[in-house]
Design a binder for this molecule. Structure first.
Ligand code: DC
Length: 335
């Protein structure tokens, strides 16, 4: 007999969320362990005290596991513990090593027994990759690293120091003592330059072109790639950029190339910039996107290109939710 552990989280204390999460967890455990219902000796579920609207055991019954003895209990309330969490222990008549399953917000709960998940998302500006990466990271409860923000911060630092961006040696001198930190607050990435939060400032439209210019320099890329690899070595993350699958993390098994037509991308950027109050024209954005694509994909070092083993996600006619759903399914197929 073996004991299989697992856990998941729900986003809200509603019967629908509990049903969905319990069903997903039990089905995932079943498939990861090659379990049949008749192998199951019993299923023990527990939930945190903030789950009050529905019994996880009832959800398990409704998901088709009613034939197995079910037991449900309440977790002690512990300060700082994961919220809205459902844990499970399945005893089964099997003669193999159990595969634990930790889903959603619980994915990081047992890093010692679950595999680290490193997901690379590359693609051109406006393809929807940042939105997809952010949402994916939130759903999987893992870190999101926007590497474009790092190149933007490098460009901003050069601008602040009055450096001529075409002078590579001057840019290199800036790189030698740039004080750049990536921090997280409330699940949001904060870009800190010289101790100051520049997360908003680096989004200024003129920084986009300058970031593309500095990112072509080897001295800039070496420093940024080293920081990115250090982060990925430490924890599960979704990293988005231009060269993540091809250069930063070539060995990760989860690689996506997110793209969309130039017109769709320009319209998205136009709407975003307008909403932020920037006075931009659609035609200029199309021109700027074409120029940036050309520069990013034709540069000598680590150009923007689709890794051979990446899955292409064309978001031209997908909603943001559809794009994340598509990527999540592809990841699930491999784990
Ligand atoms: O994704 P973004 O628009 O914030 O990126 C800003 C610039 O940085 C973009 O023109 C290309 C560059 N970049 C890069 O060269 N490599 C990355 N991994 C991420 C961004």
């Amino acid at each position: 007999m073996i004991a299989i552990r697992g856990a998941t989280t729900i986003s809200a204390d509603t019967p629908e969320d509990i049903r969905g999460a319990v069903k997903e967890l039990l089905i995932e455990i079943k498939s990861a362990n090659g379990l049949e219902i008749e192998n199951i000796v019993c299923i023990m579920l527990s939930n945190t005290a903030d789950i009050t609207s529905f019994y996880p055991a009832k959800a398990a019954r409704e998901a088709g596991f009613g034939g197995c003895p079910l037991f449900s209990s309440l977790e002690p309330t512990i300060e700082g513990a994961l919220k809205l969490c459902i844990r499970v222990m399945i005893l089964a008549e099997l003669d193999k090593k159990p595969v634990p399953v930790y889903l959603r917000g619980a994915a990081n709960l047992r890093r010692d027994i679950t595999k680290k998940l490193v997901i690379a998302l590359d693609g051109p500006a406006g393809s929807g990759k940042s939105t997809a990466a952010k949402n994916l990271a939130r759903e999987l409860n893992i870190l999101y690293l926007d590497t474009g923000a790092m190149y933007r911060a490098c460009a901003l630092e050069c601008v602040n120091r009055g450096i001529d961006l075409s002078d590579e040696s001057a840019v290199k001198a800036v790189m030698d003592d740039i004080d750049l930190k990536i921090e997280y607050s409330g699940g949001r990435q904060i870009t800190v330059l010289g101790g100051k939060d520049v997360s908003e400032e680096i989004r200024r439209p003129e920084i986009s072109g300058l970031a593309s210019k500095v990112s072509a320099y080897g001295c800039v890329r070496r420093k940024m790639v080293e920081m990115q690899r250090r982060i990925a070595a430490m924890m599960s993350c979704v990293m988005d950029g231009r060269d993540i699958g091809t250069n930063v993390l070539p060995n990760t098994e989860h690689k996506f190339y997110v793209t969309a037509s130039v017109e769709v991308r320009a319209k998205r950027r136009y709407d975003e910039d307008r909403a932020k109050g920037y006075d931009v024209s659609y035609e200029n954005i199309v021109k700027e996107i074409r120029e940036r694509d050309k520069r990013d994909s034709e540069r000598e070092i680590a150009p923007l290109r689709c890794a051979e083993d990446a899955v292409v996600v064309d978001t031209s006619s997908m909603t943001p939710e559809e794009a994340v759903g598509f990527i999540k399914n592809k990841i699930q197929e491999k784990i």
